[in-house]
Write a protein that binds this ligand. Structure first.
Ligand code: EPZ
Length: 420
């Protein structure tokens, strides 16, 4: 396994281009199951999760090419509708093929995704909604076996909780259903918005895009003609690099970003004393004399993103005073706390609330990555920890951050990938 060797180095400087959003690309790739033609998708990040989903679709019979951030995928010859455990276990977002497969073929079997480090991650809301649309769903030997031989029927869906991939799954299922589906309490994340926009541009009538109330008029199993499109920029990657600039007190510019997707993140950074220069597609963060403490509560979009919680916790270790972070979405998304404590951070946990007292003088140590965003928090802390920090199990990072070490090296960081 690889590990990252990171030396303390401040400040960083320069500019980097932000990649396409992994969490937008995944549902968009699953969406190609609804297309009658080969679909080209640009600005796709070359990260492990994307390759995993492409492999899953290839196992079902799809053909694709993926080079220079562009995917061309053809699912017309698909005949197999079983997403097997060996792939699904490595990436729970594979659940995104459930809705499209079922609505197009009338049957599919998808391995239960299982939990992950940050929580149990149930999919009950996905399944309940599909049953409301006429599917028969049984769990057999660890597989979700879904049947709807006459296709799905539009229904009024009310999500008890806001679910990002649940909304994506039902939007895609509804796109080919017979009749109209309404979704109340839909996720409003930019990644869900792009999925709705591409379906709309492909001929699916959708109202309420970007709101919590969606209405989707299905095509009754008529496949869609899809034009090529580019994936939106990754707001979480962008937020991570903004935090890297903040924690090292640097002036950094990010290009190829959508600043409007980062409003709560930028607002928090400015509350901490940083200043961000914003243009249509760039953000430049400037240093501050004193980093002020903050209170953060994670919420669904447009609230403060849970996927930025770990990174801000690393930053709060350098604030002058006591910050609190409340994690409201996942029951176990504090795995980075013990690793940050190993570096010298002063963090106390009480249930879902972390109290961080700073500034702490961090010193390099061996630490272990536990999940995608926790790993990026350790990278940020390592940039200001005295000496060298070795971050192990960085396969977690490779799932969602494209060319992380080369981007940081461009900014002047002393970062090297080595073999255990
Ligand atoms: C998506 O996960 C993202 N993944 C996650 O990003 C992100 O943290 C999460 O949304 C929240 O923003 C992708 O888009 C691939 P949810 P998802 O369904 O859809 C509960 C990353 O770092 N819930 O919105 O799986 C669930 O337990 C990843 O890139 C149910 O109870 O999250 C959680 O508490 C990590 N039943 C809450 O809802 C369900 O059927 C939000 O989950 C579904 C969800």
């Amino acid at each position: 396994m690889d590990y990252l060797q990171i030396q303390r180095h401040t400040p960083l400087e320069g500019s980097i281009a932000i990649s396409g959003a992994k969490n937008a690309a995944l549902p968009l790739i699953a969406m190609t199951l609804l297309a009658k033609n080969a679909v080209s998708i640009g600005n796709v990040p070359e990260v492990v999760d994307i390759k995993t989903l492409l492999k899953l679709l290839q196992n079902l019979g799809a053909t694709y090419t993926f080079d220079n951030h562009c995917i061309t995928i053809d699912t017309c010859c698909l005949r197999n509708t079983k997403a097997t455990y060996d792939i699904v276990k490595t990436m729970r977002a594979s659940i995104l093929v459930l809705g499209p497969l079922l609505t197009r073929f009338g049957h599919c079997a998808v391995s239960l995704p299982g939990g992950c480090a940050i929580g149990q991650r149930p999919i009950d809301l996905h399944l309940k909604a599909l049953e409301k649309m006429g599917a028969t769903i049984t769990i057999k030997s660890g597989y979700i076996v879904a049947e709807a031989p006459k296709g799905l029927t539009g229904a009024a869906i009310v999500f008890d909780k806001i679910t990002v991939t649940g909304t994506a799954n039902i939007v895609m299922a509804a796109a080919l259903a017979q009749g109209t589906t309404t979704i109340t309490n839909a996720a409003r994340e930019p990644e869900v918005v792009q999925l709705c926009e591409v379906l709309y541009q492909s001929g699916v009538a959708i109202e309420g895009i970007g709101s919590a109330y969606l209405t989707i008029h299905g095509t009754n199993r008529t496949l869609l003609e899809m034009n090529s499109f580019d994936v939106i920029p990754d707001r979480i990657e962008a937020g991570t690099y903004l935090c890297a600039g903040a924690i090292t007190n640097s002036t950094l510019t990010l290009t190829h970003v959508q600043p409007k997707h980062l409003e709560t993140v930028i607002a928090k950074l400015e509350e901490m004393g940083f200043y961000c220069d914003i243009t249509d597609h760039t953000i430049t963060i400037h240093p501050t004399q004193t980093i002020k403490p903050v209170t953060i509560v994670t919420q669904e979009y447009p609230g403060f993103p849970t996927d930025m919680q770990a990174q801000f916790m690393a930053l709060c270790t350098q604030a002058e005073g006591t910050s609190t972070i409340e994690e409201r979405l996942f029951e176990n998304r504090f795995m980075h706390v013990s690793e940050l404590q190993r570096l010298g951070a002063d963090i106390k946990l009480s249930g879902h609330i972390a109290t961080i007292t700073g500034p702490s003088k961090l010193s390099g140590s061996d630490v272990m990555a536990t999940d995608l965003r926790a790993s990026s928090a350790l990278v940020l802390a390592a940039l200001v920890a005295e000496g060298e920090t070795d971050i192990h199990r960085i396969y977690h990072l490779d799932r969602g951050y494209e060319k992380l070490e080369s981007k940081f090296q461009t900014l002047g960081a002393i970062m090297k990938r080595s073999k255990e």
